[in-house]
Design a protein around this ligand. Structure first.
Ligand SMILES: [Zn+2]
Length: 130
């Protein structure tokens, strides 16, 4: 992960900030400069819901080096209330208990630590709600 990109995306990462197209209503997350549906470049800022449902997931057992200390872990596509889908880690749940249709909530968590520089990167993860 490039630090510059990481810092640029912090508002979205912290606030789940998305953009809603003023012309067609499509919600873009992360925000884009141009609506992928109608091409409009005018948006309103909207905040995504923190609640959602697991639509699909997979368990990563052989992780990229920066995540190897977390393996095995689950990554899934979560559909937030309102229809926006995000790809996210699913945590605080035994891996064999995660299922499609599981209700989850978005929380802000540490994503990784840059070993040499000790930089902590934060982002959203999903935790099950009963
Ligand atoms: Zn649009």
């Amino acid at each position: 992960m490039f630090p510059a990109r990481y810092w640029r995306e912090i508002p979205q990462r912290y606030r789940l900030e998305a953009e809603k197209c003023k012309r067609c209503g499509r919600i873009c997350f992360p925000p884009r400069s141009k609506c992928p549906k109608c091409g409009s470049m005018e948006f309103d800022a909207v905040r995504l819901s923190e609640g959602g449902v697991v639509r699909t997931f997979t368990v990563i057992r052989v992780a990229p080096s920066q995540f190897s200390d977390q393996a095995p872990y689950a990554v899934g596509i979560v559909e937030l209330d309102g229809g926006v889908k995000i790809t996210t880690q699913i945590v605080d749940c035994p891996l064999d208990k995660i299922h499609v249709g599981q209700k989850v909530r978005v929380e802000f968590r540490r994503i990784q630590e840059d070993g040499s520089a000790g930089i902590l990167c934060y982002g959203y993860k999903c935790v099950p709600v009963s």
